[in-house]
Design a protein around this ligand. Structure first.
Ligand code: SAH
Length: 250
C-alpha cells in the first residue's frame, strides 16, 4: 500500500451537479474568504462546489435602501426586514430548488457532523446570515427557514457561521480530500473523539512515540487507537460517550 498523499485526488464526481451554496449577507465581500484557499479553494476552482454571495441590500427599496428597522415592542438594536430578506431568498431560489433554506442563528439546533452529511446529500444550501439583533420572525416562518447554530456563543453576524458550515460540508464532497478514508476515522464519525496522532521525529524533547505505533502490528494498533478514543471521549465528552455506549448496546 502506498503512503497517503494529501495532494492525490479522487475523480471529481460533483462536476455535473456541483454542490451549490447561495449566501445572503450584508457583507458579500467576506466571501469566499478563507474558503478560497486550501482544500475548499481548490474544490471551488475545480467546480466541485459553487458559491454565490448575494448582497441583501440589493433587494432593499427606497432612497435609503433600508434593510433593517427598530424592533416592534421596543428594545435595543435593529432587526432585518422580512420584505427585503424574502426578496433576496426568492431571488436565489430557482424553479424546483429543493436546497434547504437555513438561517444561521444562536437559537438554532447545533450543527453536528450528522447534519453536515445531510446537507452534503441535499446538493447545496441557501444560507441567510443574520446581523444586528436578528431577523423578523415572519420571514423565518414564511420561508420555512431552518435555524442552525454553530455553538453556544454569540457571533456578530452569521457570516462566519456560514463559512464554518460550508467548510465542514465541502471537505466531504467527492474529490476534495486526498483520500476518502481520511474522513472516515475523524472525531464524531464513529461517535467517538479521535485517538492521538504522532509523527517523526520518533523522539522529541525526551518524549517518545508510543511503542505500539511503531510495532507494525496493525491489529494491536487499531485496538490501541480504539482504547484511546474511548478514554478521551469518556473524559472530555461524557455526553458523547453515553450515546456511543447506548448505540453500541442497542
Ligand atoms: N439577538 C440574537 C443574537 C444576534 S447575533 C440572540 O440573542 O439570539 C447576530 C447574528 O449573528 C444572528 O442573527 C446570527 O445570524 C448570527 N449568529 C450569532 N451567533 C451565532 C451562532 N452561535 N451560530 C450561528 N449564527 C450566529
Amino acid at each position: 500500500m502506498s503512503e497517503a498523499n494529501p495532494f492525490e485526488k479522487d475523480e471529481p464526481e460533483g462536476l455535473k451537479t456541483p454542490w451549490r451554496a447561495s449566501v445572503l449577507t450584508l457583507y458579500p465581500d467576506m466571501f469566499p474568504g478563507p474558503l478560497g484557499t486550501s482544500l475548499a479553494g481548490r474544490a471551488l476552482e475545480n467546480e466541485i462546489w459553487s458559491l454565490e454571495a448575494v448582497h441583501i441590500r440589493d433587494f432593499a427599496e427606497g432612497k435609503h435602501r433600508n434593510v433593517d428597522d427598530t424592533p416592534a415592542g421596543g428594545g435595543a438594536g435593529m432587526v432585518l426586514r422580512p420584505d427585503v430578506v424574502s426578496r433576496a431568498i426568492d431571488h436565489v431560489t430557482g424553479e424546483g430548488d429543493t436546497r434547504p433554506r437555513i438561517l444561521l442563528s444562536p437559537r438554532g439546533k447545533a450543527l453536528t457532523q450528522e447534519k453536515v452529511h445531510q446537507l452534503k446529500e441535499a446538493g447545496g444550501v441557501i444560507l441567510l446570515c443574520g446581523r444586528f439583533e436578528g431577523v423578523d420572525q415572519r420571514v423565518i416562518d414564511g420561508r420555512e427557514l431552518e435555524e442552525i447554530s454553530i455553538g453556544d456563543y454569540i457571533l456578530s453576524g452569521g457570516e462566519l457561521g456560514a463559512m464554518v458550515l460550508m467548510d465542514a460540508v465541502v471537505r466531504l464532497l467527492p474529490g476534495v480530500m486526498g483520500k476518502i478514508a481520511s474522513g472516515e476515522e475523524e472525531s464524531f464519525e464513529s461517535g467517538l473523539l479521535e485517538y492521538p496522532h504522532y509523527t517523526r521525529p520518533t523522539e522529541w524533547e525526551g518524549r517518545e512515540i508510543p511503542e505500539i505505533l511503531t510495532s507494525g502490528h496493525h491489529g494491536k494498533i487499531a485496538e490501541w487507537r480504539q482504547k484511546k478514543a474511548i478514554e478521551l471521549t469518556k473524559e472530555r465528552r461524557p455526553d458523547l460517550y453515553e450515546s456511543w455506549l447506548a448505540k453500541r448496546e442497542s
